[in-house]
Every structure is written in C-alpha cells, then in structure tokens.
Design a protein. Structure first.
Lengths: 198, 247
C-alpha cells in the first residue's frame, strides 16, 4: 500500500528518508557493474508484475512480490524497489517524492529481512522445508509491510488512526496468503527451470 | 501502453530544463508536505494549477489520475472525522464527527492534491529518460542513474513479453478465478518472466562488455539553462519560499 503525499508528519517522513538512504547505500555498494543489468531488469519485472491483477473473491489485488524480490536480490532489493516506486510515482502519481523514503522502506526492509531468513532454507533438498520457507518469505514480507504502514499512520496521525491501522493490517491478510502461495510456486518453478538464479 | 501520456505535448512547461523541474518539484513538495496551515496549502495550489493550465494538459485525463490517487485520501476520510479527539460538531448514533478530525482530513486532502498536481505538471510533462539524464547532473550516484535508465528501458520490453504470455494463456482458455490453479498459472507466468529477464540481463552485460563499458555513459547532448529556465525556476522557488515564510 502506498502512502500518498501530504499524509505523514515530518518525523515519519524524515526517518523513512534516512533509513531508505542507508538501505540504498548498502544495496548500491553490493551491486557492482557486473550485477547492474540483472538488478535493473529484475526491477522491471517487479514493476510489470505490480500491474498484474489476480482475483480474490469478487475483487482483485495487484501483485507486490517484495518477499520474492528479497529472496532474489538481498540488500539489492532496496535500489530495485526504490527505482520501481520512483517510476510509479512519476508515471502514475502513486506515492510521491516526499513519501518515497517511507514507502521504499516499508516495502524493501521486509524484503531484505525475509530474504535473509529464508534464503538458506530455500536451498534445502526437502520439499516441505522449502515450501514452508518460501511461503513465509512471501507472506511474511507482506505482513511486515502492512504493519509498517499501520505504524506510520498511527505515529503520524495519532490515536485516531487506530481503527484504520487495524483495517490496513486486516486487509493485508488475504493478500498475504496469495503472495505466500505465489512465492512458493515461483521459487519452485525457478528451482526446476533455472536453479542458478537463486 | 503509453505510460508517459502527458509528456508529448508542446508548451513552455514541457520545454523547461528538466533540472529546474526536478529541483522545483522537490522543494515545493517538501515545503507543502511539512506545513500545517490550511490557508497556506490552499494558496499553494495556485502554482501547480497555473503550470497545468500553461502545459495545456487534457483536463479529463488529469481528473482521472487525481481520482485514482485520491482513493487513499478517501480512506482516511472514513476514519479521521470520527475518531480524532476534539470538539464534537455533529453526532449520528454512536458516531460523533469531530471538528479537529475534519480539519485534519481537509488539510491532508489539500496537501496531497497540491503536491500531486505539481508532480503532474512538471515531472509528468517530461520523458523519463530526460529526467534520468537530469538526475545525473543533480548529484544522484551514477549507479542509481544507470539503474533507472535500464529499468525503464526494459519495462516496455518485459511488458510486451508479459502480454504475449498472457495472450497465449487466454488462447488456451485460461480464465482467472479465486483458486490455487489460477495462482499457480500466474506464478509460472511471473517465473517465466523472471527467468527470461535474468537471461536477457546476461546478454545485456555481454553486449556492454563488447562495447567496452567502464561504468560511464557518454552523453553527447548537454542541457543549457536558458533565460526563461532561470526565470521560471527562480520565481517558482520564490513563491514556495514565500509560502514557507508567510505562515
């Protein structure tokens, strides 16, 4: 969920900007020129994937896949997500300039965390271990992102946002399950077709 | 898919130096986002509105964009007026509408729209590649600039590939529903896109090596600030600073 411009307070915006700056610095340092085309093109894939709408009951949700991004790119998920969000901001006015820091952190930090936790287990020869860790990577990243968005709203707008924050987290639950499933299938597919990618 | 639908017009706003556009939008957005005065925010709308009119953008399309973006603001309207602590204006059953909450929601709506219109008027009227080029002159690290460049370059290629795969699925009678089968089909679609792109990136790297890439793009065309770039840039910044000081 993108937080739009003008909603958050200065401390939240500032904290988001500083944390994203740090994440970007680490991510860019790890990304040498050998790796640059790969990160860029995968970032384009995540951009295009965010335009894909999958059905959930009577409604649809667009894919986010930040967990998968973290599994594939590690710290480099920060620059990849930053670029994607900045382009969405300029092209579709989703998010924006002042909120770019907060929105990037809300999406990329869960990606990096889940990538670290799950990357080791994804190489396991046992199917059950793999499936569980892939699901946790996909679903966990969305859960963490939802929680971060909720925290931002409550910190910026006060206790009046309590119920809205709860709703944000609740609304993320169906998305969480779907993203978890999709991450399982995608990673298993990559392991079958081109395992050296992971 | 034309993602840069506002970038192709002809007006002095379109022709402004992209560096001026980025700096002005950035300063304006930060100032508006951090102020807490309804009057100032309302006045701030003058600048983006003026630029939008001068850029002669399609009014209908601009409203369409605004409507989509305002869904988040609408979501806040559902909560803010009812739960902020403060003076009660009106009560319906258990719900009370608070003056404080309405004020806050109204302020957010104005701020949000003012910043979005500014971005639309200035950044929306430039090609992405122009903006990326401008960023390289504004102390953005080279690697990040190259990332933007490659990412946007390949979004179109990958989007085409996505449509090809998705058409192939449709021809085979795929109908998305809420079930595991649908999610698996979409996952394989995304997986295929990832794998093809990964292999494509290897070919891009090889092509870059063949051309002796050393971490630098040589740019032949450089921007030159013209008199009206200085004029528009400095008057917009002056307006923004006035907003900040006037409160």
């Amino acid at each position: 969920m993108h937080i739009s411009e003008g909603v958050l307070s200065a401390p939240v915006l500032g904290a988001g900007a500083v944390l994203t700056f740090a994440g970007l610095a680490i991510g860019l340092k790890r990304m040498d020129y050998e790796k640059l085309p790969e990160v860029a093109v995968l970032s384009s894939v995540f951009f295009v994937a965010s335009l894909i709408h999958v059905p959930i009951g009577p409604s649809t949700a667009h894919l986010i896949l930040n967990g998968l991004c973290g599994v594939l790119l590690g710290w480099m998920a920060f620059p990849a997500i930053f670029v994607g969000l900045a382009l969405q901001g300029v092209l579709f006015e989703f998010g924006g300039i002042t909120t770019l820091g907060v929105n990037t952190f809300n999406m990329a930090f869960p990606a990096v965390i889940m990538g670290f936790i799950c990357r080791y287990f994804i190489k396991s020869p046992r199917l059950a271990v793999r499936v569980i860790s892939e699901f946790v990577a996909g679903a966990g990243a969305i859960l963490l992102s939802g929680l971060l968005v909720a925290v931002c709203l409550v910190v910026a707008l006060g206790e009046s946002m309590d119920s809205a924050a709860k709703l944000v987290v609740l609304a993320h639950i169906p998305v969480m399950i779907i993203e978890g499933l999709i991450t399982v299938f995608v990673v298993e597919f990559i392991l079958k077709v081109q395992p050296e990618m992971l | 898919m034309d993602m840069e639908e506002f970038a192709s017009g002809k007006s002095w706003v379109h022709n402004l130096d992209p560096r001026v556009k980025i700096v002005v939008t950035l300063v304006f957005s930060v100032v508006v986002a951090l102020n807490n005065h309804i009057e100032m925010t309302a006045i701030s709308l003058i600048l983006p509105a003026f630029l939008l009119v001068c850029a002669r953008l399609d009014f209908g399309k601009v409203t369409e964009r605004l409507a989509i973006v305002n869904t988040f603001v609408l979501f806040l309207w559902l909560f803010l007026p009812f739960s902020a602590p403060g003076e009660t204006v009106y009560s319906i059953g258990p719900l009370t509408i608070q003056r404080e909450g309405i004020y806050q929601a109204f302020l957010i709506t104005l701020k949000s729209n003012s910043i979005i219109l500014m971005a639309l008027a200035l950044l929306g009227t430039s090609q992405i590649f122009t903006l990326v080029h401008a960023m390289s002159h504004l102390w953005v690290p080279d690697k990040l600039v190259h990332l933007f460049f490659f990412c946007f370059r390949y979004i179109h290629v990958i989007n085409d590939e996505y449509h090809r795969l998705s058409n192939a699925m449709k021809m085979r009678g795929f109908k998305p529903k809420t079930n595991i089968r649908t999610y698996r089909a979409y996952s394989y679609l995304v997986g295929m896109l990832l794998i093809r792109s990964f292999n494509r990136s290897k070919r891009i790297l090889q092509a870059m090596r063949c051309r002796g890439f050393k971490g630098k793009f040589y740019i032949l065309h450089h921007y030159e600030m013209k008199r009206y770039d200085y004029a528009v840039g400095s008057s917009s910044l002056a307006f923004t600073i006035l907003l900040m000081v006037a409160k």
